[in-house]
Design a protein around this ligand. Sequence first.
Ligand SMILES: Nc1ncnc2c1ncn2[C@@H]1O[C@H](COP(=O)(O)OP(=O)(O)OP(=O)(O)O)[C@@H](O)[C@H]1O
Length: 250
Amino acid sequence: MTEQSPSTRSATESPPVLELDDVHVRYGGSHILQGVSFDVPATGVTALLGRNGVGKTTTLKAIIGLAPRAGRIRLQGREIQSMTTARIVRGGIGYVPEDREVFGGLTVDENLRLVAPDEGVEAPVVGRLFPDLVARRGQRAGTLSGGQQQMVSLARVLLRENALLLIDEPTKGLAPKLVTEVADVLAEVARTTPVLLVEQNLPLVRRIADRVVVLDAGQVVHRGAAAELVADVDLTRELLGVSMRREGAA
Ligand SMILES: Nc1ncnc2c1ncn2[C@@H]1O[C@H](COP(=O)(O)OP(=O)(O)OP(=O)(O)O)[C@@H](O)[C@H]1O
């Protein structure tokens, strides 16, 4: 495994918000996560990277209790690996899945009122981060663009207080301008809440992530600073099969 210097925590540094220790996921005969261990620090964005099918989404699902997992997972020092998803969410993890899962037949406001019945789009966080959603409050979510649906999905988790956000490929399939908008929102959100982000867009990772964890075949193969990985053309090609040269700048 390639690794930067192990985190030597100073006396003033907060303990990690999330710790994974030897986490395994098996689906039938397939051993998908094979002893995944890493920490998510209590601030900023930690990007979970890796080629297609290496287990990134499965890692988020294991954390939130949507995949059958073994091993130890701690949220703010408390073991959560045996808890139900509902309890983990109540305990402070917000999850934005890859497929966004907005209720297409409900309006933007109705989608948000499922979480915050008294506020919906009137919630201060919505006005501050998603003015477009306020303007579209009466539009059915199923008729929104992919980027707008992503905003609804993000807004919905931000209506709660979260200790940690798990966000799965928020920019997948979005046009470049919308990628920038989503990145701006994520950067703003990460100022107050730590984020574990699955993302394939390396320019975006370079822009908003502080550190990276790279998976390959169900195992962690690299941890370190995001800027260092993204600047290393050979390493990004080796670990991810892509390079910034080919992808272009953000
Ligand atoms: N419910 C399931 N049953 C069986 N196999 C599954 C299930 N969910 C995921 N897998 C398999 O687990 C492996 C990891 O999938 P996962 O979605 O975690 O990968 P990923 O790294 O997020 O990929 P991508 O970047 O393509 O989204 C894949 O081989 C996938 O086919």
